[in-house]
Design a protein around this ligand. Structure first.
Ligand SMILES: C[S@@+](CC[C@H](N)C(=O)[O-])C[C@H]1O[C@@H](n2cnc3c(N)ncnc32)[C@H](O)[C@@H]1O
Length: 288
């Protein structure tokens, strides 16, 4: 059981986060790492703090390297034994990267009690919301790790994960920030190793330029197969914040994507995209 001092650990995390610059040019914690998130204020209101205090022992996994760290402990690995000891069974494991407020993963976990779910999220309020949703339904098949997601896959044994989900990743619209997008070759390689043969990496985005980015990173890979059957026309050049309008006049080409994943509930992020008239792009890449 995690005690009061450990809850304090996350209170300290929030203070640390408050001290970080909040603009999107903030320096990553490690000079050598390009991070897909900005450390920002993680202040919890009384309701979320209560949820944290009530449910952290049940849902939050103690994988962090130290107080306030979003790194994973050096001695930890994602293995079949760890899955068995954490969930108490050998059920398939689905990992969601960037679970936000947890709408998707909690709905899925409630619907599929014979599947294990692992939520990865760095932002305190998101973690607290996810615990609150899971706790209200007394879900036993969901766990949450507050860590930088690529680190988890870098520490995964081969063939330990059945599916990986990345829905509405942070868009990083400025050209100079495209490198901070979480879908990158190194992550694809690590996810491929973690997935069982035939396992899926599902991705969804409402940002056209991010859809092109996903195709560029994923379609030419020989270790994944794009399982889609929907033809989508996209500009073949990148645009950034401020010149997104240019995209429609650029040369276009056809790409293959997937129908909407029916295991995804409509989150605020997807709704905002739809309300703004954006098209949702779904992808399902299968590990070969
Ligand atoms: C735009 S939100 C989408 C949330 C959710 N998937 C949805 O559809 O509602 C992206 C989320 O990814 C999280 N995130 C970004 N980089 C991450 C990382 N490296 N590890 C874990 N979570 C990350 C952010 O904190 C944020 O909550």
């Amino acid at each position: 059981m995690r005690g009061v001092s450990d809850t304090g650990r996350y209170k300290r995390t929030m203070h640390e986060l408050e001290e970080q610059p909040t603009n999107d040019t903030a320096q990553p914690r490690h000079e050598h790492l390009v991070l897909s998130f900005v450390r920002r204020s993680g202040r919890l209101d009384a309701r979320l703090q209560r949820a944290w205090d009530t449910y952290a022992d049940t849902y939050l996994l103690p994988l962090n390297a130290g107080e306030g760290s979003l790194d994973i402990r050096d001695d930890w690995r994602l293995t079949d034994d760890w899955i068995r000891s954490t969930w108490g069974n050998d059920h398939p494991l689905i990992v969601e990267i960037g679970t936000g407020q947890g709408e998707n993963i909690v709905a899925a976990a409630a619907q599929h009690p014979q599947t294990n779910y692992l939520a990865l999220e760095v932002y305190d309020p998101g973690v607290a919301h996810t615990m609150l949703r899971a706790g209200k339904q007394q879900l036993g098949n969901l766990r949450i790790a507050q860590i930088n997601a690529p680190e988890l896959f870098a520490k995964a044994d081969t063939a330990t994960v059945n599916e990986v989900w990345t829905f509405f990743p942070d868009p990083w619209p400025k050209m100079k920030h495209h490198k901070r997008r979480i879908v990158q070759p190194a992550l694809a390689e690590a996810i491929h190793r973690a997935l069982i043969p035939g396992g899926l990496w599902r991705i969804a985005t409402d940002i056209e330029d991010y859809a092109l980015h996903v195709h560029e990173i994923m379609d030419a890979r020989t270790d994944f197969r794009n399982t889609g059957d929907v033809t989508v026309s996209l500009p073949t050049g990148h645009v950034g914040k401020g010149n997104a309008d240019l995209a429609q006049d650029m040369p276009h080409a056809d790409f293959v994507e997937s129908a909407r994943f029916d295991g995804r509930v409509l989150t605020n992020f997807e709704k905002k995209g739809l309300d703004a008239g954006r098209v949702i792009h779904d992808f399902a890449y299968q590990a070969i």
